[in-house]
Design a protein around this ligand. Sequence first.
Ligand SMILES: NC(=O)c1ccc[n+]([C@@H]2O[C@H](COP(=O)([O-])OP(=O)(O)OC[C@H]3O[C@@H](n4cnc5c(N)ncnc54)[C@H](OP(=O)(O)O)[C@@H]3O)[C@@H](O)[C@H]2O)c1
Length: 341
Amino acid sequence: MYDSKIDSSEINCIVMMKAITRKTYGGPNVLTLQSVPKPVPKANELLVRVRYTTVNRTDCGILTGKPFLIRFFTGLPKPSSPIPGTDFSGEVVGVGEKVKRFSVGDRVWGLNDEGLASHAEFMVIKETKAVDLIPEGVSYDQAVACAEGGHYAYNFINKVALSKGDKVLVNGATGAIGSAALQILKSRGVFVTAVGNTKNMTLLKKLGADKVYNYEKEDFTELDELQYNCVFDAVGKSSFKKCKRLLLPKGIYISSELGPNAENLYLPILTYIKGGKRVIFPIPKNCKESIEYLNNLLEAKKYVPVIDRNYAPEEIKSAYEYVQSAQKTGNVLIDFTASES
Ligand SMILES: NC(=O)c1ccc[n+]([C@@H]2O[C@H](COP(=O)([O-])OP(=O)(O)OC[C@H]3O[C@@H](n4cnc5c(N)ncnc54)[C@H](OP(=O)(O)O)[C@@H]3O)[C@@H](O)[C@H]2O)c1
């Protein structure tokens, strides 16, 4: 499927490509690997040959169209893009006549959490969107693995005013978002306590955690020893009520999930009015800013994304099923170089 020896003049002759497609919202069974027309870049777009993309929790939401609200962004009553995929790394193989920032041969990566049609051999993206050059020494798989989790972690952390030496507890620190949050916080000099399971204790320490808790052996919400400036529930398995006692008087609770009865939507208002310990429910935005920030961290080697598994495009259903299980460690990649011919 992926032939690294094909040069750009030969790529111009290719009219069809392999892509993951779907016609309706649903589970992984609606996905098929098909031959579809290769996209043609507009004047301000790049044509990218995708090497890697991920299957992430945002992709799972876009696949199922749940929560329903997501469909206002991804298409009503059916998906507006038949090809899923929100992130990519690959090489520029064509540019529109108005493109200035990129050239054929550039190694690039990027993200659009509303959909990018990147689960395909080729994709197009406007040069003004969240796309950047992959720093020297960073591989294609490392670049793509820092996109989605890194974007949310960066956005969520930025909602809290933190200083060097402040203390943050990250629950679900082994997830895509949690493992990115842990490393971003460490790069800012924050003391981080990370919660994960038995098999990942060593990984969490390697990522820089100052303290680790094994949720299979102890309940971090019952601990007394530290008071935190922020508890970041990056897996949505806890609640403000349970974590409140761990927080300093003006401490912040953030969750990546809506919480029981969608309480994380209204608790921010109630706790703001009341004063003291507060809940913040961040709405992530501006992928472009995230990509620029993450690129700098990647270049400085302050963020090394965690890769769990690679799947070939033919295994796309299994990849989605695994990600839907919510038990991945870091990121799950689709490797378009996997079936190199
Ligand atoms: N708000 C938003 O805009 C937004 C966007 C994307 C994702 N999300 C949500 O954010 C959450 C995290 O996303 P993600 O991509 O990072 O997910 P993920 O990679 O599936 O992360 C979940 C991690 O938490 C661990 N875990 C499971 N049960 C746990 C527990 N009881 N305590 C502590 N850790 C536990 C899992 O590993 P083990 O099972 O091996 O322990 C896994 O590594 C998901 O719930 C997702 O739906 C929200």
